[in-house]
Design a protein around this ligand. Structure first.
Ligand code: CO8
Length: 258
């Protein structure tokens, strides 16, 4: 496979830092960029040297949405036949933990991309929005679904129907983002969160992620059963015993991912 052109990939300390890098179009998410991103995430899932993933953009743009130039000429028939943009959902299917570090604009598909990640950290000047309505269309990658679950119906509806943007502070107060960080420290802080997660047992991290995500898909009773069965299964692991005996012996656990 050829080297990606629209994302920058740096792997160190068991973290993969992916920087969306299409400055001439405000990091708008054209097919090539999404194809490169989903291929890289799949590789991260398979790479034992990667234990957490950070996705970021530039200081001014996380991503300004899907590429409007690319979309303009498309027809319904092509969209349906080619299942247009379905590969976006590979981002949400990533099994290792993903952190979106959002500086600047996260609009349309950019906001949807951030919401496909497990944790969103926002720089203090970040702006979130689903402005598709201004283009005569509607969100197509989770903007009418994940945003409602994150911030509630009324405000989500207002953002989707008006196309207005929401700033970082408000996004944090409403629960879309976990924390607001000074713009210049954002990526470093996201890397710190990733490093902390990367220090734990990877299968436990992946199971915990799967359980939290399950809460969006099922009833409470089914979700609780899912969680309990997964919890039971952790007792099949060396790491579970290592974690508990290390605590009791006041030493640092040495997890083996097994
Ligand atoms: N696509 C293509 N080009 C873009 C995009 C975009 N999304 N956003 C900005 N650009 C381009 C502009 O056309 C302009 O190009 P040029 O320099 O050639 O004129 C350049 O970037 C700079 O843009 P502005 O002059 O507008 O810069 P401002 O600083 O004035 O404004 C904004 C910045 C607010 C980000 C503004 O550019 C804007 O509103 N952009 C559009 C945002 C938008 O509508 N996003 C939603 C797109 S639709 C979408 O995401 C649907 C997703 C569906 C996914 C479906 C999956 C199944």
């Amino acid at each position: 496979s050829t080297a990606p052109e629209m994302i920058k990939v740096e792997k160190k300390d068991k973290i993969c830092l992916i920087t969306l890098n299409r400055p001439k179009a405000m990091n708008s998410l054209c097919s090539q960029l999404i194809t490169e991103l989903s291929a890289e995430l799949k590789q991260c899932d398979e790479d034992p040297e990667v234990r957490a993933i950070v996705i970021t953009g530039s200081k001014k743009f996380f991503a300004a949405g899907a590429d409007i130039k690319e979309m303009e000429e498309r027809t319904y028939q092509e969209n349906f036949a080619q299942n247009y943009l379905t590969n976006w959902f590979n981002v949400a299917a990533t099994r290792k933990p993903t952190i979106a570090a959002v500086n600047g604009y996260a609009l349309g598909g950019g906001c949807e991309l951030a919401m496909m990640c497990d944790i969103i950290l926002a720089g203090d000047k970040a702006q979130f929005g689903q402005p598709e309505i201004k283009l005569g269309t509607i969100p197509g990658a989770g903007g009418t679904q994940r945003l409602v679950k994150a911030i509630g119906k009324s405000r989500a509806m207002e953002l989707v129907l008006t196309g207005d943007f929401m700033g970082a502070q408000e996004a944090q107060q409403r629960g879309l983002v976990s924390r607001v960080v000074a713009e210049d420290n954002l990526v470093e802080e996201a890397m710190n969160v990733a490093k902390k997660i990367a220090g734990y047992s990877l299968p436990m991290v992946m199971m915990a992620k799967e359980c939290v995500n399950q809460s969006f898909e099922t009833t409470l009773a089914t979700g609780l059963l899912y969680e309990r069965r997964m919890f039971h299964s952790t007792f099949a692991y060396f790491d579970r015993r290592e974690g508990m005996s290390s605590f009791l012996n006041k030493k640092k656990p040495e997890f083996k991912d097994s």
